[in-house]
Design a protein. Structure first.
Length: 139
């Protein structure tokens, strides 16, 4: 009979805990930004819809950063996702992004089009630098 170490007790031999690569969906916004205020209810509704979707083998994390919180939240982001690139503001506020693996992709379409934005967010990027909704695997 083979003795199991304390680490192996309760687990089958030869199995490993698989840590999922999270799909990070986020926005960076500013308090006094009119575009950000327009996006707020759309974002809340979309986030609620996405949280209801059952995702096979995909963990989804939402991140929101207000302009004054960027230094603090960037530090937390680096600790939570050490292998990911930290998102940055792109051409003003709001900045909508998704991260998968070690890449960040920015949404550059109409942020008022909830359906298009949701489709883009739920598209897992494949290898390469493509950041639009036509690239990757839809969930």
């Amino acid at each position: 009979m083979v003795k199991q170490s304390k680490k192996m007790k309760g687990r089958k031999r030869g199995t490993r805990r698989n840590k999922l690569t999270p799909l990070i969906i986020g926005k960076i916004h500013a308090v006094g930004c009119g575009h950000c205020q327009i996006l707020a209810p759309i974002w809340t509704h979309m986030k609620s819809d996405i949280n209801k979707i059952s995702m096979n083998n995909i963990e989804i994390d939402f991140i929101e950063m207000e302009q004054s919180e960027i230094p603090t939240k960037t530090s937390r982001f680096r600790k939570k996702y050490p292998k990911s690139v930290v998102p940055e503001v792109q051409q003003g506020y709001p900045t909508i992004f998704k991260g998968y693996g070690n890449k960040i992709y920015y949404y550059d379409q109409n942020y008022k089009d909830e359906a298009a934005m949701k489709t883009w967010m739920l598209t897992i990027p494949t290898t390469g630098g493509c950041g639009d909704a036509k690239c990757g695997l839809s969930i």
